[in-house]
Design a binder for this molecule. Structure first.
Ligand code: F6R
Length: 240
């Protein structure tokens, strides 16, 4: 596991955007795994700038980590909406090659299997972007999730519901379930980048990078990945 400590959110975003751009340049038909939340927003902004300066996204395929159960693409807090708003509508990506789990699927188990199969059919993920929850989750794999699990339906942890309430009018509106790529799915990506910014992530980053590999801290599994890079700003790295 390579750890890169940078000054702040902007330098974290610049570092990761550069790595993603490098991947797209080396392999224009890359399969990218994408995250949502506050952490990758600067990366997406910079990728939009790379596109404005000529970067071509037309041959990419993307798979998002997760989606809330019960929120459709028209819901402003859905991850479909987020991706459209922050990246997809601003670059020349082929919408038919962007995949996000369907949180409205009538049969959620079947949706998980369909999603996992789509990833396999695309040849697996070349580069997976990850944020980290304050409780150490990656995707929505909450503490306690077995490492061998593929895309699945999860009950969100109380702490995740509290953390994500900032995006909703009230905490009661935060969905309590989501579909998430599993840890096994994430670990099968050829390369992963974990990003973290801010002091609120310092404990989780410390546990993930320096602590034992344990299901109690899902991100700690990345210590076992052959090509994992952790890009953290000084505040998030303050305990390392
Ligand atoms: C988002 C995701 C989550 C977030 C994590 C950090 O798709 O899977 O694991 O990366 O909750 O969220 P932020 O970046 O909002 O602090």
């Amino acid at each position: 596991m390579k750890v890169v400590v940078v000054a702040n959110f902007d330098s974290m975003s610049a570092e990761v955007a550069k790595m993603v751009f490098g991947q797209i340049t080396r392999k224009p038909n890359s399969v990218l795994g994408l995250a949502t939340g506050s952490t990758p927003l600067g990366v997406y902004e910079l990728l939009v700038e790379y596109h404005a300066r000529g970067a071509d996204f037309s041959r990419l395929t993307t798979f998002n980590l997760d989606e809330y159960v019960g929120l459709g693409p028209d819901h402003p807090q859905s991850y479909h909406w987020y991706m459209n708003e922050n990246l997809f509508s601003k670059v020349n990506i082929n919408p038919e090659r962007t995949f996000i789990p369907d949180g409205l699927a009538p049969d959620l188990e079947a949706e998980c299997q369909r999603y996992e199969k789509l990833i396999q059919q695309a040849g697996g993920i070349d580069l997976q972007l990850l944020g980290i929850g304050t409780n150490g989750h990656i995707g929505f794999n909450e503490p306690g999730t077995e490492f061998g699990i593929e895309t699945h339906v999860v009950d969100l942890a109380e702490s995740t519901i509290r953390d994500n309430a900032r995006f909703f009018e009230s905490i009661d509106e935060v969905p309590t379930r989501a579909i998430s790529m599993g840890i096994k799915t994430i670990m099968q990506a050829k390369e992963v980048i974990l990003m973290a910014s801010g002091g609120s992530k310092a404990d989780a980053v410390y546990a993930a990078v320096r602590g034992p590999v344990t299901t109690a801290v899902p991100a700690s599994v990345l210590q076992l990945h052959p090509f994992a890079t952790v890009v953290v700003d000084q505040a998030a790295a303050s305990r390392l």
